[in-house]
Design a protein around this ligand. Structure first.
Ligand code: ADP
Length: 441
């Protein structure tokens, strides 16, 4: 028994004793009056303490506790401790919740908490943006009111979610969203949304690429296979026919070789770990060499000029630059009819330095210009094939340019000609080494 109860038992014992003694000495009525007076004082004291408690509780968050002794002091201080612990744990919870909301709102993926009835309980900013949720309006709303696609409704009701579902919502058909349900707690679920547009594009590109490569290889392989079959079936093949077959087979083999070489070049250029070599490349000299090669490639069918107006060199990978510039020169020859003019130039252009190849060839309609550097994109398919094109030349040029922080500019008019220009930023240029040596000497 605590002190207080012992004391109270003692008080009541004393009161009863005083009432008894009073009753015995001066009559029963006086004894009862003494007892009633004692109980009245006790009741008044309890009511006074209750009043204090009531006033204290009416001021939430007050830091003081009412002055009181005995059990009331104990009650007040216990209540105070209880309130303080509760406030502290509330503060801790709200800090943790704030942190959780901050973390989820920084996430690129959408996170949406669904309750047992698939109503939206909570969501982060990415989920709002992905699914078009207005938190003021839609919290507490059934998720199927917002995402009405029947595939999503089936996915939601399937129970075991499994693989994520990829959807394009009517509010933004450009964007592919992956939606995945993750069960947690009892009958609650998280819905994770992720923007997979880029991944889908890459997947489509990968599929197209494989289809294109297979298609490009199929024709020469069919030709070679066909001739080999004919030759092996013929008992005594005619020498003329054999010669023709062998010539055609070598043509097709060369075509496959060019394709494989271009594919290997592209894959090297696309490898981010394989940075371009940083050498000082004598571009004026390279342009002169390309001019000679262009003349032998053209075989006198075109007028080929060269204009070298800048002596600057470029810091970069010589083999890559040679391959990119060579592709532009070869294209100009292949897409310019006999008698046309081709000009190779190396010149300064408003603080930059540019290599350009201009021709008076067949030109390119404007609608094709944005897609020219895509792998296997061709404007004139048959001309490209007839002239030994792989459809990868400009993709290689674009990669080489971007690896050197350079820009490829194309201007063209159908029937009039085209100009392909690779512009190098000033930071890529270097003074010619020979001149530096001469100046030093
Ligand atoms: P290809 O091996 O087919 O030439 P490229 O990637 O080098 O592939 O070029 C892509 C397409 O761009 C070509 O198929 C052709 O239609 C067009 N093209 C490139 N250069 C020229 C040019 N100088 N004149 C006209 N068309 C060109």
């Amino acid at each position: 028994m605590s002190d207080f109860w012992q004391r109270n038992v003692l008080y009541f014992g004393l009161l009863a004793l005083v009432a008894l003694v009073t009753g015995l000495s001066s009559g029963a009525a006086n004894g009862f009056a003494t007892l009633a007076a004692g109980l009245l004082i006790f009741l008044a004291y309890q009511l006074w303490q209750l009043r204090k408690l009531e006033r204290w509780l009416a001021q939430p968050g007050s830091r003081w506790t009412p002055d009181a002794g005995g059990v009331w002091g104990e009650v007040f201080s216990r209540l105070y401790r209880l309130l303080r612990t509760q406030t502290q744990s509330q503060e801790r919870l709200s800090t943790a919740l704030d942190r959780l909301l901050q973390v989820t709102s920084a996430m690129p993926d959408g996170v949406l908490v669904l309750d047992e009835e698939d109503r939206i309980a909570l969501c982060n900013r990415a989920a709002e943006e992905h699914l078009g949720i207005d938190p003021e309006r839609d919290i507490g709303q059934q998720i199927t009111f917002l995402v009405r696609d029947p595939r999503f409704v089936t996915y939601l009701s399937a129970g075991s979610p499994g693989e994520p579902l990829v959807l394009r919502l009517p509010r933004n058909l450009e964007r592919a969203l992956s939606l995945q349900l993750v069960p947690y707690g009892e009958a609650r679920r998280l819905l994770i949304s992720r923007d997979v547009t880029r991944l889908e594009q890459l997947e489509t590109m990968r599929r197209d690429f494989i289809a294109n490569v297979s298609h490009e290889l199929r024709t020469p392989l069919t030709v070679v296979g066909g001739f080999l079959e004919t030759l092996s079936d013929a008992e005594k093949p005619e020498p003329a026919m054999t010669r023709r077959a062998l010539a055609l087979m070598s043509d097709q083999t060369r075509r496959m070789q060019r394709l494989v070489e271009d594919l290997l070049t592209l894959s090297r250029l696309e490898d981010d770990h394989n940075l371009p070599r940083e050498e000082e490349v004598d571009v004026p000299d390279l342009v002169r060499v390309l001019h000679q090669e262009a003349q032998s490639l053209s075989g006198g069918r075109h007028r080929i000029r060269v204009r070298i107006e800048s002596g600057l060199w470029v810091r970069g990978a010589p083999d890559e630059l040679r391959s990119a510039f060579g592709n532009l020169v070869s294209n100009a020859i292949r897409y310019t009819p006999e008698g046309g003019q081709i000009t190779l130039a190396w010149e300064g252009v408003s603080g930059q330095v540019a290599f350009s190849v201009a021709d008076t060839g067949i030109g390119i309609p404007a609608e094709h210009l944005p897609r020219l550097t895509e792998r296997f994109y061709r404007v004139d398919r048959s001309r490209s094939r007839e002239t030994g094109g792989t459809g990868l030349g400009l993709a290689i040029v674009k990669h080489v340019a971007s690896r050197h922080q350079a820009r490829l500019e194309v201007s063209s008019q159908p029937g009039k000609g085209s100009c392909f220009k690779v512009l190098f930023p000033a930071k890529r240029t270097v003074q010619p080494r020979a001149r530096v040596v001469a100046e030093a000497g």
